[in-house]
Design a protein around this ligand. Structure first.
Ligand code: ZN
Length: 279
């Protein structure tokens, strides 16, 4: 099942995508795709609906992030060996974790803003995990039971803020609009994360071309691992790292400028399309 949130920013309603690709309004059934709305019970209720009985949403409606009220927005760094190499960093022996500010979450096709003073705003296509159930000290074997679904994330990054300004990476990871999520939250029963093609294009030129098959630490291990350090709550998002092809790794490096257009895709999870503008 493909779930969406549609409507004006801050006032999104939940919807599902029917067999013909049209959005159906499910706001009479679930308040939001957030918190308890992401539970197994909630998703079972939605799955039992007859889409044809639900109101059609007009085409062309804005899509919001496919999950609401994101609490923790946790990212995994250097989780693809080739990307670590292009970044000039070693593959870590344990996952590198950092925070993206939840306030950076935006819709999949919303404008991405280059922060004031930025010269090194960069792109990263990533597979994101949306937590559906409170997770603390979970085993790797049971980890996927805690997942509501998966979506595309563009882990937009300001490299100077991330690397050259001291301290942790979060300065360069949580700037406004740096977290497009969606278009769809695809429920976990429909996603096998072992080998999903992932691509990112800038102005029509393919720059990232990878697969989740080359992830160093896989999704079940990441959930298990993170849950040893903190409690994951429904609506928390884990974005799991990017394959090679980011601007920082190009020779010479290449960064985003106003007017650029990004297209960000993962097989089965849909495509994001963002235009870049100055903040
Ligand atoms: Zn990343």
């Amino acid at each position: 099942m493909k779930l969406v949130r549609f409507g004006a920013s801050g006032a999104e309603k939940p919807g599902l995508v029917d067999a013909d690709g049209r959005i159906r309004d499910i706001s009479s059934v679930v308040a939001d795709l957030a918190g308890d709305g992401l539970s197994d019970d909630s998703i079972s209720t939605l799955r039992a609906l007859d889409p044809a009985s639900l109101p059609l949403v007009p085409e062309g409606v804005r899509l919001g992030a496919c999950v609401g009220r994101v609490g923790n927005f946790i990212a995994v760094g250097l989780n693809y060996a080739d990307h670590a190499a292009e970044s000039g960093m070693a593959v870590p022996s344990e996952p590198v974790l950092f925070n993206k500010a939840p306030s950076c979450v935006v819709g999949p096709d919303d404008t991405v803003l280059i922060p004031r003073g930025s010269e090194k705003t960069d792109w990263e296509v990533e597979l994101a995990v949306v937590i559906g159930k409170r997770a603390s000290y979970v085993s790797e074997a049971e980890a996927l039971d805690y997942v509501a679904g998966f979506c595309v994330c563009n882990d937009v990054s300001e490299r100077a803020y991330q690397i050259e300004r001291g301290g942790q990476w979060m300065k360069g990871k949580g700037c406004p609009t740096f977290g497009p999520l969606g278009p769809w939250l695809v429920t976990r029963d429909e996603v096998d994360t072992s080998d999903l093609a992932m691509t990112l294009s800038v102005n029509g030129e393919r720059v990232q071309n990878g697969s989740t098959s080359t992830m160093v630490f896989k999704v079940p291990f990441l959930i298990h691992y993170i849950s040893q350090f903190l409690i994951l709550e429904p609506g928390d998002v884990i974005t799991t790292g990017t394959p090679p092809g980011v601007g920082m790794g190009m020779k010479p490096p290449r960064y985003l400028k106003p007017g650029d257009r990004m297209e960000v895709s993962i097989a089965g999870l849909g495509t994001q399309r963002q235009t870049v503008a100055a903040a």
